[in-house]
Design a protein around this ligand. Sequence first.
Ligand code: GLA
Length: 880
Amino acid sequence: MVDQFTGKLAGWPNFHSVFQFVKLPLLKRLLLTALVCAAPSVPAGTIWLSSLDLTQMTTGWSVAKADRGIMGTPISIRGEKFARGIGTHATSRFRVKLDGNANRFTAQVGVDDSAGGQGSVEFIVIGDGKVLWHSGVLRGGGAARPVAVNLVGIQTLVLRVTDGGDGEGYDHADWADAKIEMNPGAPPPVALAPYETFSLKTKAFALTFQAGDDGRLYQRPIGMDESKARLPRDDEFYPQAGDGYVWEPALQAVHADGNTSTALVYDGLAQTNETAGIELTSIYLHDPAYPFVVTLRFRTHYNEDLIEEWTEIRHQESGPVTLQRMSSTSLLLTTNVYLTHFFGDWGKEMMAPITERLTPGIKVLDSKLGVRADQFQNPSFFLALNGKATETNGEVLAGSLAWSGSFQCEFDNNDRAIRAVCGINPFASAYHLKPDVTFVTPKMLWVWSVHGLGEMSRKLDNWARDFGMRDGHKPRPVLLNNWEATGFNYDFDRIANLFAPAKAVGTELFLLDDGWFGNKFPRVNDDAGLGDWQANRKRFPNGLAPLAADAVQHGLRFGIWIEPEMVNPNSVLFHEHPDWVICQPERPPELQRNQLVLDLTRPAVQTFEWRTINNILSTPDITYAKWDCNRYLTQPGSSYLAPDRQSELWIDYVHALYALMDKTAKSFPDTELMLCSGGGGRVEYGALKYFDEFWPSDNTDPVVRALMQWDYSYFFPPMALASHVTLSGHRPMHFACCVAMSACLGMDLDLTKLPAQDKAILTGAIGAYKQIRDVIATGDLYRLEDPHQGFRGALNFVSPDRSRAVLFVFQLKDGQNAPVYPQGLDPVRRYTVHELNPAPGRPAMPQEGKIFTGAELMRDAILPSCSKALEACIVELDTR
Ligand code: GLA
């Protein structure tokens, strides 16, 4: 192999100097050899550097040699020969553990004569991160330079050789005569791995960082074996724009003096145990040229292989620093990666997974909707390493950004590694950060699985039940919503007449949807009333309290729909406060669904929205609310923010929204909250943490929901996913019930008009659901058959103690009565097989009432009772 820098054959000695050596007369040669080989005498406790493990020393070419130059010839600097020392080649690094036991480091350094007078290098001695000595640039043919460095108290010594700034050609560098004087009786020094590395570790995942020669922080790409290598500049972690990094940066800032570059160096880290299995790691970085600090935070959940990652930015410059890009994460992965993401639209949210190989270039997933993350693109995705993942196989890293505003997730493949840069969308969002204020980015969630997508989801669900949503272990009430039954067309009597039939089928909570408010501008359609949150006096002469009380008298809880962030121009609120809306000056306001968004950055609007929520939820007997958001931003202008702060609207809005949601959740701890945004526009963990469940889509056709719920279940616990039985799609009632029962069951039906047979099926379904909802709420989900792929979908839940399981099969197309293989059962326990609420008229399953061990069921399968399109079947497996 040819050395790219010296142009010589690797592994061959330097013919030039060897030739010169053999040309000498024999006596001279013997004398010289004796001279060179005689070990000089040294004080006791002195350790020759060349006696340490040199395999730990990095070199720009070949390998470090003990007591020889890099070419294998005796060490020689401008003719001066040295019996001891290390021959290396720039750039080179050697890390030695001293543990404070050393006294002094001495050596003679220079370019070895084997370079034939060429080459230029610099020798640097570093103790505990501080440069203790450096040689300046030394050139080939120059004399050896003596080094003597005090090492008292030093824990770790680093010896570096740079290329002298002109490339590595002929940089044959000698640490001649190099030795360390240790304290008497101290243990000898030990060669360390060349770079300081540290890892964030969970049960099956590790994220390894490395401090570079340049002081910057690097990350070993996940899935790439780089255990000893010096990482290239491209692998900087959280790279910054403007000072040498040419790929997609994680941070782009304009400093108070106008400097558009940032250069962060690694200061150190702190790790604290928050609770058992949960650790917070903080990595501290700062820019030596500015009082500008960045803290990277990682909360690791050991058992779930989950990392919450975010960034905090703070400075003390003379004026605001403009953050143009401030991502939450910038993880590096190997290049053999398949990305799966979910694109959709209103009514089609999250139902079209797209899997593609990440090829060189940038793939961007983003949204620019301002007040919600999603309508088209969900901020959740997964990355499969080394080939596509299946439910049970493959290394997968799922990512989900917890942010309810515009987001951006980029996958920048430079053909060496892929960087996932995710966070707030930098689009039109420059943020002017004042001194001494900390900017905290949204959290990015990463979950790792080496056993495919099923395990990935189960880990995420476990985390979400504890930290990602409200009351994540509690089964939800079965609710009846009036929206699809009545639309805006109702009054006290029409609603009150629904209570008795609701109770009769087993409903536990009645949810009154849009249309109950507005007087001067009554909310009888979507053109008026938003903003005027007083109950409509014609419909509800005495307000909502009597209606809620009536529900309670019927044995039902009562809930209410609100959309606090919005206003119709046809409203008293808008007439009184036209400046409260988000719109652009000089442009006619663009309405969506006849409404505008209130400017939540304005303190008066914050007060108004909180008062609205507080008033409504303080109404006696209201114990549930559906919080909607039926439009997104298209004209991001605020008459409250100064002209130079308009770009902050995107971010400040979401922060103000979270403050409002947090206050609501905390002030009404017993009021369950549903997160809705014109369907599934806010399905992400930024908002979900304040809510008990989310509305995935206005499309409630169970055929569509079977697909959609499958895809949502990659990232969200099914109990968080409101799934209502409706007449949408005109599917058989039994099928609609089974699909809804696999998540958080509710209804949106006019029960007064429902045929008796359907009512009986529904009543049976609700009764059955109440028996199994604890398993769905707390159990492990196993996705068995993907409805996108075949003629049916199948999944099962297993209770945490594995004593019970529930299996769902949804037949989307005609097929055969094929067996379905459950997973996750206890192999030795004996389960009784029982079909829940079977469809009328269908023959019983052959295994009905029989008992099998978990192993038998997983091996021999279950033959469900359904085989034709729009049939479904739920099987309970119970050891009790
Ligand atoms: C949105 C919601 C629906 C319903 C309507 C009411 O579209 O997604 O469920 O609440 O608003 O206007």
